[in-house]
Design a protein around this ligand. Structure first.
Ligand SMILES: [Zn+2]
Length: 71
């Protein structure tokens, strides 16, 4: 893996935290543009969730993001 900003090759693994109420502690990516419900929250019922892997470049701190399927 290579940083797309500085071409650095030293990327350390990590993830995006989500500490909202009822959260399992990590952020997830959901397919499709954000739609919001009547109370302003994201509509996500029935949508597939993907765990986000975030690799940080140790040279420039750019994050390389990718996802893996997880329901
Ligand atoms: Zn970099």
């Amino acid at each position: 893996m290579r940083c797309t900003q500085c071409e650095g090759t030293d990327l350390e693994p990590g993830f995006i935290e989500d500490n909202g109420e009822g959260s399992q502690g990590y952020g997830r990516w959901i397919q499709g543009a954000l739609e919001r419900g009547p109370f302003g929250g994201a509509r996500r019922l029935g949508k597939r969730r993907w765990i986000i892997d975030a690799f940080r470049c140790t040279r420039c701190s750019h994050l390389e993001l990718s996802v893996r399927p997880k329901d």
